[in-house]
Structures are given as structure tokens and as C-alpha cells.
Design a protein around this ligand. Structure first.
Ligand SMILES: NC(=O)c1ccc[n+]([C@@H]2O[C@H](COP(=O)([O-])OP(=O)(O)OC[C@H]3O[C@@H](n4cnc5c(N)ncnc54)[C@H](O)[C@@H]3O)[C@@H](O)[C@H]2O)c1
Ligand SMILES: [Zn+2]
Ligand SMILES: [Zn+2]
Length: 409
């Protein structure tokens, strides 16, 4: 079968690889109809989140049709259209039962403290090949696959594999509730869903921050007040907009590839921090492999969460869903302490939220398809990766069409 395979930092290819099979009684094999490219995949290829094994199939977002199930999968049968959860739980351990699927004790064969089980991820997160492929093996399929009604299309469903539950989880851990003023740092696909979810959870105002005008415009369409870091000092702007109090809740939807501002009043301060940011980057990502501007790590790994902490109101809460690797130890703990801030982090507990998000889509309350800006065939995935990596204008989220979304007869 065809699949997008990681060969090394800065080196991904469209390869022909063996098809997966059922290995455990709770596995299913799914024929992928639609997959997607995620900001998380970029961290792996840029080298800022290390630990990917060469030969691993990339991708953790997918919709498909069940081909085959193991004997312990009693809620699905071949032919069912399903959404795949990017975060894997076993559905049986004490963590899963309390809804902490991202901290499942048993899904990751490398051990209960090795890392959140996911597809196409660094090896510590389990041996699971990714979903940017014609077929995929899904472990604990009873918990990690969700049947899709015919009324929800592949394009409407694919954001629920990862980016929508992540944005929703971000609003939950940032403690968003009625009337709160919320800052969402980063207006990539995860940030967009964090804006939407913050409003869904009762936010009074959402301030969305990024350096890309097209992404800010989309956040504005969702109702956010927008701040461009290349035109305005974002911390000053937030203080001005909030009577000098700051925001109640902040969400980091940027992660380790954060950029420093390149123009405007915040650029001067950023230039002064250049050496510090370069040192951070060397330590976090000793190996990178940039080619003609491609796969370039962000130049200021701690910038987004530092601004987020700076602009929180006293006793506010920061929710971090932007991904940082275990090698990252640059967090402004002193400022956080001096203002009695709460910091919550993590990978989303997706199977906990997917059913309620699916009902919102089914009822017509939300149409996640509007976040997809490109639909590319799997054969063109490498070119699509490049545009998404460059954050080319208009390239917010790429869906990959893998095979026709027809039900099996
Ligand atoms: N925790 C989870 O479960 C989970 C799940 C999915 C994705 N993620 C992570 O969420 C993050 C966002 O994902 P995405 O797909 O939206 O990625 P993305 O790369 O498309 O978006 C990141 C956005 O942040 C902006 N940005 C960069 N530096 C900034 C700064 N200093 N201030 C404000 N904005 C800045 C970029 O311009 C970009 O629009 C990534 O780190 C990804 O790995 C986490
Ligand atoms: Zn993702
Ligand atoms: Zn579990």
C-alpha cells in the first residue's frame, strides 16, 4: 500500500509498504478514506520533537471504513464508517475510566509512563504506524474508533480526529467559564478550534494572537478580537484591552516551533532575546535538517508561553496544548509563581470529548469542514506538506484524500 513514511529529520517520502494486519484481539484494520496533516507532524520533521523512528508511517488523523476486526471488538463490524481518535486509550484501565485517555496505563506497549499512545509519533508514544496510508491498524478499536452517521461527511469528521478535541481540551484545562476573557496564542488549526471551544464554554471575549494575517482573519470570523504580533506588542495590546488586568485564561496553541516577531514594536525586544532563543533551540533540537527554507524550526521556542504568562491576570490559568519535547526546560516559572498562576498541560483526552463534539456536528451547531482549506490526494502529500510547513497564505489545514469514501457492500 502507499504511505507517507518518515526517513529522518527533513526527509519524508511516499513509499510502498506492507499492509497492516490484526495483531491483537482488540485491533481493527481500517481502510483510510481521508487523512490530514497536523502541526505536530511538522515538529517531527523539523527535528524540534525528536525520537521518530525511520520507517514509521506518519499521520494520526483519519476517517475510514472498517475492513476487519479482532474477536474483542464487539461494537463494530466490517463496513462501518469510522472516525479514528488520534489519542489512544485502552478503555479499561483506571486512567481511561476516569477520562484520562492520554495517560492510559496499558495501550502503549513500551510502558505506562512512556508517553501518550498515538499513531505515527516518536517511538516513546508506541509502535503504532500512522494514518497517512491506505490502511491502518487501530489498537483497542472499541475505544478509539467512533461510528459515523451517514449525515456527517469525511470532511466534517476529520477535524474531530485531533484538532477539534485538542482545542476543546485546551478550553477545558484553561478553565474557561462564563464571562471569562481568554487569550488564544496561535491561530493554526488547533488555535482556531480553541477559539471556537472557548466561546462554546462561555467565554465573554476571546483575544486571538498570531503573526499571519490570513489565520487572524479566520479567528476574527469566529468572533475573536485579533492581535498581529508583527504589528503590535501583544502583551501591551492585551493589557490595553483588559483595563490593565490581563486575561483570565490563556491557551498556548503554538508549541515549540514558536516564532519571534519580525516587525513592529515587539520585534526589538525579541531581537534582544535572540541569543537566548538560539541557545534554547540548540538544546531542544540538536539535530535539524533545513533545505531551502523548508523544515525550519521556529526561532523562539519559549516565546508564546512567555507572552501568555506575562499577559495573564493574577490567579489566571494557562492551558498548554502546543507540543514541547521532553528536552525543553525553558518555562518562566518565577513569573507564574509571583502571580499565583495555574498551569495545566497535556495531550487531549480525545475519546472523552469526541462523542459530544460529534453530536454538535450532527445537530448542525458546528461545521468543522470550514477549517479545511485544502483537499489533496495522498499522491500529492509531499507538496502539501511543504506549503503547510511554510504556512503559505490560505494553507490552514490540509485533508488528504486517500481512497473513495464509499461504504463496503
Ligand atoms: N496537546 C495535544 O493533544 C495536541 C494535539 C494536536 C496538536 N497539538 C499541537 O498544537 C500546536 C498547534 O498545532 P497546529 O496544527 O495548529 O499548528 P500550526 O503550526 O499550524 O500553528 C501554530 C500557529 O502558531 C503561530 N505562532 C508561531 N509563533 C507564535 C507566537 N510567538 N505567538 C503567537 N502565535 C505564534 C503560527 O503562526 C501558527 O499559525 C502544535 O504544537 C501541535 O503539535 C497538540
Ligand atoms: Zn494532529
Ligand atoms: Zn487505559
Amino acid at each position: 500500500m502507499k504511505a507517507i513514511v518518515f526517513h529522518g529529520v527533513g526527509d519524508i517520502r511516499l513509499d510502498t509498504v506492507p499492509e497492516p494486519r490484526i495483531e491483537q484481539p482488540s485491533d481493527a484494520v481500517v481502510r483510510i478514506t481521508t487523512a490530514a496533516i497536523c502541526g505536530t507532524d511538522l515538529h517531527f520533521i523539523r527535528g524540534t520533537v525528536p525520537g521518530m523512528q525511520p520507517g514509521k508511517i506518519l499521520g494520526h488523523e483519519g476517517v475510514g471504513v472498517v475492513e476487519e476486526v479482532g474477536r474483542d471488538v464487539r461494537n463494530l463490524r466490517p463496513g462501518h464508517r469510522v472516525l479514528v481518535s488520534a489519542v489512544l486509550g485502552c478503555g479499561a484501565c483506571a486512567y481511561c475510566r476516569r477520562g484520562y485517555f492520554a495517560q492510559c496505563d496499558t495501550i502503549n506497549p513500551y510502558g505506562s509512563r512512556s508517553g501518550t499512545g498515538s499513531f505515527g509519533s516518536p517511538e516513546a508514544q508506541g509502535p503504532f504506524h500512522g494514518l497517512q496510508a491506505e490502511f491502518a491498524r487501530i489498537p483497542a478499536a472499541h475505544t478509539n474508533l467512533f461510528q459515523l452517521p451517514d449525515s456527517i461527511s469525511d470532511a466534517q469528521a476529520i477535524p474531530l480526529s485531533d484538532i477539534y478535541p485538542t482545542g476543546y481540551f485546551a478550553a477545558v484545562i484553561a478553565g474557561v467559564s462564563d464571562g471569562n476573557v481568554v487569550a488564544v496564542w496561535g491561530c493554526g488549526p488547533v488555535g482556531q478550534f480553541a477559539v471556537l471551544s472557548a466561546f462554546q464554554r462561555g467565554a465573554g471575549r476571546v483575544i486571538a494572537i498570531d503573526g499571519h494575517a490570513d489565520r487572524l482573519e479566520r479567528a476574527r470570523m469566529l468572533g475573536a478580537e485579533v492581535v498581529n504580533v508583527n504589528e503590535t506588542d501583544p502583551v501591551e495590546a492585551i493589557m490595553e484591552l483588559t483595563l490593565g488586568i490581563g486575561v483570565d485564561c490563556a491557551i498556548d496553541a503554538v508549541g515549540v516551533d514558536a516564532e519571534s516577531p519580525k516587525s513592529g514594536p515587539a520585534a526589538d525586544a525579541a531581537r534582544q532575546a535572540d541569543d537566548r532563543h538560539r541557545a534554547e533551540l540548540r538544546e531542544i533540537a540538536p539535530q535539524t535538517n533545513q533545505q531551502d527554507g523548508r523544515w525550519k524550526p521556529g526561532d523562539a521556542p519559549s516565546q508564546a508561553h512567555a507572552w501568555a504568562i506575562e499577559s495573564l491576570a493574577k490567579v489566571g490559568t494557562l492551558g498548554v496544548v502546543g507540543v514541547y519535547p521532553a528536552t525543553d526546560r525553558f518555562f518562566p516559572i518565577g513569573t507564574a509563581l509571583s502571580r499565583n498562576l495555574t498551569v495545566r498541560t497535556g495531550n487531549g483526552n480525545h475519546p472523552r470529548y469526541i462523542p459530544r463534539l460529534l453530536s454538535m456536528v450532527e445537530s448542525g451547531l458546528v461545521d468543522p469542514e470550514t477549517m479545511l482549506t485544502q483537499h489533496e490526494p495522498l499522491d500529492d502529500a509531499l507538496a502539501a506538506y511543504r506549503e503547510f510547513d511554510l504556512r503559505s497564505p490560505g494553507w490552514l489545514k490540509v485533508a488528504l484524500q486517500v481512497s473513495p469514501a464509499l461504504q463496503r457492500a
